[in-house]
Design a protein around this ligand. Structure first.
Ligand code: HEC
Length: 174
């Protein structure tokens, strides 16, 4: 399945808009975004960046590091229990596909050896128990400590906390 840009264009052409001046044809077919990436772009990319790089200080990077969370069961659960993920307007199968894209494609080699993809049933179970915490940062910090204990190379996950602490210190300054 593809992200539904082409059907929309098809309808516009059928309505006669094809008579409008057309741009020079690109070489080959129009780029098409696979549906799972489309879901990521629409629901998450605005904050986390198209490629999973957000600059770290306000929103954590996903690219090359989100896979570390699979080092512990608590980390694995955390990724799906986050409100932005748990409440995504997607079926559990579509959300499983999208989270697997985020973890295994954007996360690249941060994924620990032997980690298995999320199933729709696992996603359904986790999203039914979303994190409802005033202090999400504090919870993330505890999860990250456990993850680093299990996978020491995950230390870069702390870059986000450090950036947060820096911003908060700046805000508290007179
Ligand atoms: C409004 C901005 C925003 C949107 C939209 C958003 N996120 Fe996030 N996301 C955040 C912030 C901020 C955090 C950090 C949580 C915290 O510690 O407060 C986060 C954390 C995460 C994490 C954990 C990474 C880490 O290092 O803690 C994952 C995975 C994630 N988001 C995935 C997603 C996915 C998938 C979507 C789309 C369904 C999404 N997010 C939508 C802002 C956003």
């Amino acid at each position: 399945m593809r992200f539904p840009l082409l059907p929309v264009l098809g309808v516009l052409c059928a309505l006669g808009l094809s008579a409008l001046p057309r741009p020079a044809p690109a070489s080959g077919a129009m780029p098409v975004v696979p549906v799972v990436q489309g879901h990521y772009l629409v629901g998450c990319g605005g904050c986390h960046g198209v490629q999973g790089r957000s600059g770290r200080s306000v929103v954590p990077d996903l690219a090359g590091q989100v896979g570390y969370f699979l080092c512990t069961p608590q980390g694995r659960d955390y990724l799906v229990r986050l409100p932005n993920v748990a409440f995504a307007d997607l079926s559990s199968q579509d959300l499983a596909d999208m989270v697997n894209f985020v973890v295994f494609t954007l996360g690249r080699d941060s994924v620990p050896a032997g980690a298995t993809p999320y199933t729709a049933a696992e996603i359904a179970r986790l999203r039914a128990d979303p994190l409802r915490l005033a202090d999400l940062h504090g919870y993330r910090d505890r999860v990250v400590r456990g993850v680093i204990g299990a996978c020491p190379r995950a230390r870069e996950l702390h870059d986000y906390d450090t950036a947060q602490a820096g911003r908060e210190a700046g805000r508290d300054a007179p």
